[in-house]
Unconditional design. Sequence first.
Length: 333
Amino acid sequence: MNIALNAEGTDLSPYLPDEHGLFFIYHFTAEGVRTKDAAQAYWTWRSYQLSDMRARHEIAADQALPPPVREAFLSTSHGCHIDLEDDWLYGDLPDLRHDYSAEARGLGHFRFALNDTMLVGARKQPLQSVDNIRKAIENGSRKFRSPAELIEAVVGQSFDGMVAELTRLGDTLDGIEDRIVCDAWHNERQALVDARRHLVVIHRQMATLSNLFRHLDHSHRNDLPDTINDMAARLSHRAHTLYHDGEQLQARARLLQDELMAKLTTESNRLLYVLSVMTAVLLPMTIISGLFGMNVGGLPFLETPSGFWIVTLFSFAVAAIVFFVVTRLGRNV
C-alpha cells in the first residue's frame, strides 16, 4: 500500500480522498460505538473532499439529499449559514485549518447536512476540528449516538481551537504591552498589525456563528427536535461568550495601537523639534556667510587680518542667542 508523506514525514493518507472523493465513511450503532458492519449501523457519517470532482458528482447524484442541500454543498461561495430543509439540517461553518494544510493557521469551511440517520460532511482543506473528532472515533475515546452530537462536538472543537488562538493572541498583546510600557516599542508595529488582523478574522467568524445559532434557535425551534434545539442553544451561548472575549481583545489591541501611535507622534515631534532648532541656529550663520560671500566692493574686514575670526565669533554669538531663545520658547510651549 502506498503511503503519502509530507516534508516532515507525517502520514497524509487519512487526508487523501478515495476513488469516490470520500475521505472516510463511519458507521455507528445506536449506542454511539463505531462499527465496520454497515448492517449494524444506526447512523452513518460520510466525509467528502469538496475540491475533488468525483466527490462533487457523488453529491450531485445523491437523491437522498434535497436539492437545496445539494446546491449548498456544490456552491462556490463560502458564506456561513445554517438552514432547515425537509428534516435536513445543513450549513457552512468556519473551522481552523489543520497544521498539515498548505495554508495552515487560517480559517477553512466545513459544510454539513444531517438528519436522524445520516451526516454528510465536506471540506476543501484538512480541518483541525474534524480531524480531532476523527481521531477520537478511531481510538474509541468518544461515542456519538446521533449526527447532532457529532456536529456539536466538531463545532465545540472549533471553538476550542479559536479559544486557543485567542489565548495566544492575548499573550502576544501582553508582550507588546510590556514592551510599550518599557519604551522598547520601536519594533512592535508590525506585530500589533498582524495580531489585529488575526483578531478581526476570528471576531468576525464568532459574530457570524453567534448570529447563526441564535437564528436557528429562534426561527426553527418548533421544527427541530429538542436535542437539536438544546444543541443550538448551547452553541449559541458559547459563540456569544467567545464573541465578547474577542471583542475585549480587539479593544485592547486598539488601545495599544493608539498608545503606539501616540509614542510615534511624540518621537516624530521630538525629531521635528531638533530639526527646527538646528535650522533656526544655522539660519543666521547661513545669512552671514552668504553676505560675506558676495563678490562686491565695500565688504567690511577685507583688509583686516583678523576679519575672518571676527565674523566667525559674531556668527557663533548670533547662533547662541538664537539657540537660547528657541529652546526657551520650546520649554514654554
